[in-house]
Design a protein around this ligand. Sequence first.
Ligand SMILES: *Cc1c(COP(=O)(O)O)cnc(C)c1O
Length: 500
Amino acid sequence: MDIKKFREAGYAAIDKICDYYGSLETKPVIAQVEPGWLSKALPTEAPQKGEPFERVEEDFQKLILPGITHWQHPSFFAYFPSPVTFEGILGDLYSSSLSNPGFNWICSPACTELESVVMDWAAKLFGLQEEFHVASGKGGGVIMSTASEAALTALVAARSRFQTKYPDVPLEKLVIYGTTQTHIMGKKAAAILGLQFRPLKVIKGDNYSLRGKVLKKALEEDQRKGLKPFGLIATIGTTSSGAIDNVEEIGQILRDYPDIWLHVDAAWAGVVLSCPEYRDVAQLPAINKYATSFCTNFHKWGLVNFDASTLWVRERTDLTNALDLTPEYLRTKHGDSGAVIDYRNWQLPLGRKFRALKIWFVLRGFGVEGFQAHIRKGIKLAQLFADHLQLPSNVSPRFELVTPVSFSLVVFRLLPPGDRSEMATEEINELNKAYFARLSARSDSIFLVQTLLDDIFCIRFAVGAERTGPEHIGGAWKIIKEEAEGALEEWSKSTAKARL
Ligand SMILES: *Cc1c(COP(=O)(O)O)cnc(C)c1O
């Protein structure tokens, strides 16, 4: 493709993308295809001779788009939202046009320096104290692909810091702490590092939050066994239910265990820190006091297209001591003099995408106020949905919020008629599984996912797509209510039959 052809195809592509967004609401939320359908439709080998781009583009429209689940659909309430903005798309487009692995400052000084600048912008947006800013010269921020990568990197640094201090402690004594609600990435990081992961049990009575006393007990137990907890993942907004670990209590306990690295995972909910009114609930003062590292994803609720996960550390040498392994061919005059940041030494891979550009485009396009308005809208819409669920108790169908609404996440279940205290959890679960199956059958109009909290089967409703408005919450509620009525009717028929 030459420049002339690229210009034509490029303009046409933008037109098609605009058409896509213009017609998004008319599309089924979930791809309505069967497994294996695409592999059957495509040749099994790359073409011998190059094809004209129009043919490729046609196939994209005809074969690929029908297999796409539309995360930007206003009725997408599954997992967590991943809203993309046109500013973000353009950022990625320019970034692709430069295709730059940016591992050293000299690879492209702008890639490194813009990243440092936007990470300080973001640190201020979220209220992280100065030690975490690049400008402090002490800590700083780095953009990664995912929160999983950020947690793994933090734990590699934590292990290295611990081993340097205690070279005689065998690796099998090292333990990473999380909770029974920590994202699975904690367990995965431990598996990758060949270390133990200990999930501390959190309970419904604490809204699945890790409390200081639970941590203290585990630390004392492990100490008696000669084990060495060296890293703890605390979560602000767990994936299942949006639970918030008590970082203040955790931090106070960890004062007696200064060798433990506290990584705060706020992959989804961290962006609420942009709004001053949520900073206390989201534990910002404690994060500033105690966290060794902090991560949130701009690519979840933060208006930037996947991937853009941001990690801050209080002490950048913790990363570089573990990860700066420099062969001759990567040495540069600026790097040797310490005058610049070489981000390869802050991360696991060598090369890296120029992700700062899309965050910069989004933050400039929206401004702090626009960003805050987006977050506040999501929280307000989730509350609107929760209000629908909390009908007076004499009205059918009856719902229960299994945990308190957490920012823009609502976790609920359907209740059978009658006195709940006489019903077994399993019985209510059966009703909700049948109910969820009915909701899943409406996947052209709405997309939700289920979760388990202890043994309670629940349904998650996560708001945050950029285009979702009150009318979509209303539409979703209509379906949710309709299917609840249907599920209850079926349920009462089957229980009546069982009684015969
Ligand atoms: C989504 C999520 C993760 C993992 O995110 P990736 O960026 O996909 O690795 C980790 N923790 C929490 C709380 C999450 O919600």
